[in-house]
Design a protein around this ligand. Structure first.
Ligand SMILES: [Zn+2]
Length: 76
């Protein structure tokens, strides 16, 4: 798969931290599986991963705290 941003790079499987802004804080999800461009560093998440992230964001928005750090491998 070629990168959609720089078009020259190859996307390889990787893990990245995902940062989400909540209504009243931040959620950081570590080790999220993704595809990353070897050339420009663009990160792409699959639809299944995006859906899981959205569920996590909804769940954590209800909790009264400012910053969360979650490991995707344990939360998924
Ligand atoms: Zn690229």
């Amino acid at each position: 798969m070629n990168c959609l941003v720089c078009r020259g790079g190859i996307m390889f499987e990787s893990f990245e931290a995902y940062f989400a802004k909540l209504d009243d804080g931040y959620l950081i999800i570590e080790n999220v599986p993704c595809f990353k461009c070897e050339q420009c560093g663009e990160v792409l998440f699959s639809m299944a991963v995006v859906e899981k992230i959205e569920k996590l964001i909804l769940a954590y928005e209800k909790v009264q705290s400012k910053i969360f750090i979650v490991d995707y491998r344990q939360a998924a």
